[in-house]
Design a protein around this ligand. Structure first.
Ligand SMILES: *[C@@H]1O[C@H](CO)[C@@H](O)[C@H](O)[C@H]1NC(C)=O
Ligand SMILES: *[C@@H]1O[C@H](CO)[C@@H](O)[C@H](O)[C@H]1NC(C)=O
Length: 422
C-alpha cells in the first residue's frame, strides 16, 4: 500500500508538477499486488450458516494484463464481506476521492458492485450487512429497472440515498467508479474518468431539512384571479345561429325506383349530420387581462433548518470494505483508492483501466467467440432434437386444423338444414 506524500525528490523535477501534485495525499491505495491478504481481513460473517463466499485472487477470465490481479467473488448464492484498515483520516477542508474498478464477468442480472467506507472502530472479523458505514458507493444492477450508481451518505446515523439517477455500466468489462466530495459541499460521480453526475450535497441528498419551505400560513387571496383565459365579452352569437339544424336530409339520397307511395308511404330522404352545424354557441376565449398567474405560497426560511458547515465531513474514516450478497458470482474488484486529489485518481485510472481496456475488450471478444463456437459444436444434436420436436408439433397442429375444419363443416350443414326448414 502506497500511502503518505509523494517522494519529494520526484516532485522537485518539474516545478509545474510540484504545484500540481504537491497537495496529493493518498490515504489508501490497493492494487492487489502480492501480500494483499495481509492487508485485508475476511469477515467471519455468515460463516456459521455456510453462506460466506470465497474470494478468488485473479485477473479474471479476460483481462488486459494477466499479472494485474484483483479479488473476485467465486461462489453463487453467497455473502461476501472483507475490509482493510488505513490510518484514520478526516476529510475536513479536503477533497475526498473514493475510487475503484469493478468488472462483472458473470453478466450480472441482479447484484451490487459497491464498496463502503467505514469510520471509527470496527471489528473487521464481524464486518457485515449490519455494520454502520459512512459512504456506500458503486454500481447496482437488478433486472431492467435498476442500473444505477449508488451513492449513499450516512449523516447523523441515517443512510441517505442520492436523489438523482446515475446510470452505471452493465457490460462484462472493467469500469472505474469515482466519487468526489468537496469542502464546498459539491460532489461529482465519474465512470471511466467521465463525469456522469455533479451537484450539491444540499440539493441531491436529503441530509438536512430544506432551507426554504412554502409558508404554511399563506392563503390564496380571495380576489386572486388565476383564470388564464376568459370568454370574450365582445363576442356575440351570430344571428340565426340556433336555426341551423343538427341534421339535414341527405341531398344525395334518391327515392328507390321500386318505391310505391301507396304501399310504402311517402318517401323521405334519410338524414345526415349537417356540416354547417357547429354545436351550441360559446363565445371565443381570450387571454384574461386580470390574470395574475397560478397562486403559489411564498417561500419562507424553514425554522427546522440549521445549516451544518461540516455537512461533507467524515471525521474518522478508517476502513474500506466490500459487503455484498451475490446470486451469481464473478464480480472482480481492483485498484481501490482513497485520496484528496482527483488528478491523482484520474492518473491511476488511466494507468490501470485505461492502459488495459482495449486488450481486455479484445480478450473478451475472443472468449465470447470461443464460447459461441463451442455452443454451436454442441448444437447439431440439440437442433436435431429441436427439429423432431417441431415436426411433432406441426403434426399436432395439422391434426387440430383438420379437426376445426370438420367442426366448421358440421356447423355449415346444420345451418343449411335450418334454412331448408324455413
Ligand atoms: C479463479 O479465477 C480463474 C480465472 O477466471 C479461474 O480459472 C479459477 O477457476 C477460479 N478459481 C476459483 C476457485 O473459482
Ligand atoms: C440527528 O438525529 C437526532 C435523533 O434522530 C435528531 O433529534 C436530530 O435533530 C438530528 N440532527 C440533525 C442535524 O439532523
Amino acid at each position: 500500500m502506497a500511502s503518505g506524500k509523494l517522494n519529494p525528490r520526484c516532485l522537485s523535477l518539474v516545478l509545474l508538477s510540484v504545484l500540481a501534485v504537491a497537495s496529493a495525499e493518498v490515504f489508501f491505495e490497493e492494487r492487489f499486488d502480492d501480500g494483499w491478504e495481509k492487508r485485508w481481513v475476511k469477515s467471519d460473517w455468515k460463516k456459521d450458516d455456510n453462506t460466506a463466499g470465497e474470494w478468488n485472487y485473479t485477473s479474471g477470465k479476460w483481462n488486459g494484463d494477466p499479472n494485474d490481479k484483483g479479488i473476485q467473488t467465486s461462489e453463487d448464492y453467497r455473502f461476501y464481506a472483507i475490509s482493510a484498515e488505513f490510518p484514520e483520516v478526516s476529510n475536513k477542508d479536503k477533497t475526498l476521492v473514493f475510487q475503484f474498478s469493478v468488472k462483472h464477468e458473470q453478466k450480472l442480472d441482479c447484484g451490487g458492485g459497491y464498496m463502503k467506507l467505514l469510520s471509527g472502530e470496527v471489528d473487521q472479523k464481524k464486518f457485515g450487512g449490519e455494520t454502520p458505514y459512512s459512504i456506500m458507493f458503486g454500481p447496482d444492477i437488478c433486472g431492467y429497472s435498476t442500473k444505477k450508481v449508488h451513492a449513499i451518505l450516512t449523516y447523523n446515523g441515517t443512510n441517505h440515498l442520492i436523489k438523482k439517477e446515475v446510470p452505471c455500466e452493465t457490460d462484462q468489462l472493467t469500469h472505474v467508479y469515482t466519487f468526489i466530495l468537496r469542502p464546498d459541499a459539491t460532489y461529482s460521480i465519474l465512470v471511466d474518468n467521465v463525469e456522469k453526475q455533479t451537484g450539491s450535497l444540499y440539493s441531491d441528498w436529503d441530509l438536512l431539512p430544506p432551507k426554504k419551505i412554502k409558508d404554511p400560513e399563506a392563503k390564496k387571496p380571495d380576489d386572486w384571479d388565476d383564470k388564464e383565459y376568459i370568454p370574450d365579452p365582445e363576442d356575440k352569437k351570430p344571428e340565426g345561429y340556433d336555426d341551423i339544424p343538427k341534421e339535414i336530409p341527405d341531398p344525395d339520397a334518391k327515392k328507390p325506383e321500386d318505391w310505391d307511395d301507396e304501399e310504402d308511404g311517402e318517401w323521405t330522404a334519410p338524414t345526415i349530420p349537417n356540416p354547417e352545424y357547429k354545436g351550441p354557441w360559446t363565445p371565443k376565449k381570450i387571454k384574461n387581462p386580470n390574470y395574475k398567474g397560478k397562486w403559489k405560497a411564498p417561500m419562507i426560511d424553514n425554522p427546522d433548518f440549521k445549516d451544518d458547515p461540516d455537512l461533507y465531513v467524515f471525521p474518522n474514516l478508517k476502513y474500506v470494505g466490500i459487503e455484498l450478497w451475490q446470486v451469481k458470482s464473478g464480480t472482480l474488484f481492483d485498484n481501490v483508492l482513497l485520496t484528496n486529489d482527483p488528478e491523482y485518481a484520474k492518473k491511476l485510472a488511466e494507468e490501470t483501466w485505461g492502459k488495459n481496456k482495449d486488450a481486455e475488450k479484445a480478450a473478451f471478444e475472443e472468449a465470447e467467440k470461443k464460447r459461441e463456437e463451442e455452443e454451436s459444436k454442441d448444437d447439431p444434436v440439440d437442433s436435431d432434437a429441436e427439429e423432431e420436436e417441431e415436426a411433432e408439433e406441426d403434426g399436432h397442429e395439422s391434426d387440430s386444423d383438420s379437426k376445426s375444419d370438420s367442426d366448421s363443416k358440421s356447423e355449415e350443414t346444420e345451418e343449411s338444414t335450418g334454412h331448408d326448414e324455413l
